[in-house]
Design a protein around this ligand. Structure first.
Ligand code: PEP
Ligand code: MG
Length: 767
């Protein structure tokens, strides 16, 4: 934050005039109703608006509490449900409406008692308390005109102050509602979305004891400005310290998260907006919250999950700033967890999560959260189950309640009954036993009962995943998704940073092989900082992605090639290209690597002792020309996730299609058998690296058609190894011809029957 404040903007000035007058009203010794009557008068007058009204939430509906311009008979008579009419929509969606013709809006609901038919234009903003709308402030005008941005901003600022006034006067029923719910002692079951798999039991702990902003109108603007300066300094200090103490093996993705924090913490735009809010007469806390509210409202309108996730990092920092400025620094992490706990938060920043004691943290419940958020990536690495998008958290759960988290079932049991606890314990016990049994297989070879060795590797993408190599006893990393580093970064990772990650992965793997897949970005893995226009594509999965993009954005691939070769200097580098559709694409990518190698050699750089090249088979058409590519390939890995979506022309992310086609269908199995036949006789090593291989029954079928290398999710290694060790592969292969020639209507049943008849261990088939 710069030390010379810019002159206040007109918006700030107009808000400040109103705030000064409101401050006097609030300080006066009149009753709440008369204060509200004065408030609508002041706002209407200052904004030169014929109508100004305040609706407040009472008994679940928005009641007209005060108005200037509408008929006074309507006060305490006109009531709108949440979501009803324009006012109800504003409160329900926590959004601002600015309309030149109110009646033309689809949500408009005419209330004759108000006499509002005289007024055409309408603007309304939510009055927010504890992130929930407790009322609506609106203005109306006879002329059909839109309100200026300045006027809307002023209304939003005023709404903040009103929230203080109505809370102090106990005018709304949020407290009553919360208390009523809190008094409810009965068991409850909340549902949400699995973000990190697992089960956990513990005492409910709220991450942030709520900070309620007590004063919104500043007495002394300069003093507030200095409080914010000091808070910014302190926050930056904290972030810098975090950066120097970065966890997880001294850096890595966690470090990248902190880089995002740093970017925001030093962002001049953010501090300027806070400064402007202070200019309008708000206290430091209220100014920070005001800016955060505005950002939240904007983000609600942007349908970009990746960008939204990055905005969560900003929320995290904004909360931190409010805590610093108000001197209430304590999160539950600072107090420390005293029991096994389940942490509850609206959202959580990754660094905040890392502050908790992992031994006591048994799970996390988020009101928001999404799969691609930084915090989820970190939680996965910490081994903490997370469930997200759980509604009613704050009204249903109290600090200290017993919670049972089962992310597989997508549930949080609150204050469970004994019967629910018993069932949960039994399930947890079973899954722990199974895990212990499977862990015992770690050092045993993945060899079938009839002696055929199978190569079991894991899929990885983050530095934290490397630990899974030792934990699972896998033979190596068969797919390292390099784009993950790009996805969790705030900016395109520079060559040095890429190189550092690759080197660390290779160091940790030792003599176990690692197959690095070059970036598979584009499609649904769009990078917010890279202008690829993929968001505009109608069919992103079949669009400009992966190798297609990398061959055109040659710079990107060159940098990655250099980073990989430098990281693998003195060792073997295994590199694989995604989404190869025709052999020339593979040749072009390989040529680029060969040229980069020559460049490094000509500059006397240390080189990998060998480079092995591979391609992914995920576009079905490639099989038609695969024979042409084989002589130049060292290995081929079938990406069944993409392959099956293209074979069936069924979007892999479409929820309606998720269950429609079976990986065990003859379409897939016959296709794979053909791949095996095509590759047979060449020196090319063939494997599968899609999710399918991590499921024991599917893995069995893959072995049946002749696949002997699988790269799978780490959690699948134990169950798949148990299956392999119990399988008579010779027998399965002998029977496979018949299964493929005469598939049953439900092929899954056919494979299951075979497995049962031949005592194959499918004790954890994960279905
Ligand atoms: C696949 O498509 O099967 C694959 C392994 O790659 P990804 O899931 O990263 O697209
Ligand atoms: Mg793929």
């Amino acid at each position: 934050m710069t030390n010379a404040p810019p002159p206040p903007s007109t918006a700030a000035q107009s808000a400040r005039t109103i705030l000064t007058r409101l401050h006097e009203v609030m300080a006066a010794r009149s009753n709440a109703q008369s204060k509200l009557n004065q408030v609508v008068g002041i706002i209407g007058e200052c904004l030169d608006s014929e109508v100004c009204s305040i609706y407040l939430l009472r008994d679940g509906a928005l009641e007209l509490y005060a108005t200037r311009g509408l008929k006074q008979e309507a006060v305490h008579v006109t009531r709108l449900g949440l979501g009803e009419g324009l006012v109800g929509t504003i409160a329900d969606q926590i959004e601002t409406l600015n309309l030149d013709e109110a009646a033309a809006h689809p949500d408009f609901s005419y209330r004759p008692e108000t006499g509002e038919e005289l007024f055409h234009s309408f603007a309304g903003v939510p009055i927010i308390r504890r992130e929930r709308a407790v009322g609506v402030l609106c203005v109306q005008h006879a002329d059909p005109r839109r309100y200026e941005e300045i006027e809307i901003e002023t209304l939003q600022t005023v709404a903040m102050v009103l929230s203080e006034l109505i809370a102090n006067a106990d005018l709304v029923d949020t407290a009553a509602r919360t208390d009523a719910a809190a008094a409810d002692q009965s068991a409850q079951r909340l549902s949400g979305q699995k973000l990190v798999d697992g089960m956990g039991a513990g005492i409910a702990v709220f991450h942030q004891p709520r900070i309620t902003i007590e004063y919104t109108v500043a007495e002394d603007t300069e003093a507030e400005r200095h409080r914010v300066y000091a808070a910014f300094d302190k926050m930056r200090e904290q972030i810098d310290r975090m950066a120097s103490q970065a966890e997880f093996g001294g850096g890595g993705e966690h470090e990248e998260v902190i880089e995002t924090y740093k970017m925001f913490a030093y962002d001049e735009g953010w501090s300027r907006r806070i400064n402007e809010a202070i200019d309008s007469g708000l206290t430091a806390e209220a100014a920070i919250e005001r800016v955060q509210q505005r950002t939240r409202m904007r983000m609600r309108q942007i349908d970009d999950p990746l960008l939204r996730d990055r905005m969560h990092d900003l929320e995290d920092l904004s909360n931190r700033l409010i805590r610093i400025v108000s001197g209430q620094m304590g999160t539950a992490a600072q107090v420390g967890l005293r029991h096994d706990s389940i942490l509850i938060a609206r959202n959580l920043g990754p660094a905040e999560l890392l502050e908790y004691d992992r031994r006591r943290l048994k799970g996390v419940v988020l009101e928001e959260g999404s799969l691609t958020a930084h915090v989820i990536i970190v939680a996965r690495a910490m081994g903490v189950p997370v469930i997200g998008r759980v509604n009613d958290v704050r009204t249903s759960i109290r600090e200290g309640d017993l919670l049972l988290l089962d992310t597989g079932a997508g549930t949080v049991q609150v204050r469970p009954t004994q019967a629910v606890q018993d069932a949960f314990d039994a399930k947890l016990d079973l899954s722990q036993k199974r895990r212990a049994n499977l862990a015992a297989l770690r050092d045993l070879p993945a060899v079938t009962r009839d002696g055929i060795p199978i190569e079991l590797m894991i899929n990885a993408g983050l530095r934290e995943d490397i630990a899974a190599l030792d934990l699972t006893g896998a033979r190596g990393i068969g797919l390292f998704r390099t784009e993950f580093q790009f996805l969790v970064s705030a900016t395109l990772p520079a060559r040095e940073r890429q190189q550092r990650l690759y080197r660390d992965v290779l160091d940790a793997a030792g003599d176990r092989p690692v197959i690095f897949r070059t970036v598979d970005i584009g499609g649904d893995k769009a990078l917010p900082y890279m202008n690829t226009d993929t968001a505009l594509e109608e069919n992103p999965a079949m669009g400009w992605r992966a190798l297609r993009l990398a061959l055109e954005r040659e710079g990107l691939l060159k940098v990655q090639a250099r980073a990989l070769m430098e990281a693998a200097a003195g060792r073997t580098l295994n590199v694989m290209f995604p989404m190869v559709s025709e052999p020339w694409e593979y040749e072009a990518a390989r040529d680029l690597f060969i040229k980069q190698r020559a460049w490094l050699a000509s500059h006397n750089k240390k080189l990998p002792v060998a480079i092995r090249y591979g391609a992914m088979l995920e576009v079905p058409g490639l099989l038609e020309t695969l024979d042409l590519m084989l002589p130049h390939l060292d290995f081929l890995s079938v990406g069944t996730n993409d392959l099956t979506q293209f074979l069936f022309a069924a979007d892999r992310a479409h929820p309606r299609l998720a269950e429609r086609y079976d990986w065990l269908s003859p379409t897939v199995m016959r296709y794979l058998a053909r791949v095996v036949r095509t590759v047979a006789g060449s020196k090319v090593a063939l494997g599968v690296c899609g999710e399918m291989g991590g499921r024991p029954l599917e893995a069995m079928a893959l072995l049946g058609v002749g696949i002997e290398r699988l790269s799978i999710t780490p959690a699948g290694v134990g169950p798949v190894k148990a299956m392999i060790r119990s399988l008579d592969l010779g027998q399965l292969r002998a029977d496979m011809g018949a299964i493929l020639a005469q598939p049953a209507p439900h092929p899954r049943g056919q494979y299951l029957d075979w497995a049962k008849a031949h005592q194959v261990d499918l004790s954890d088939i994960g279905d």
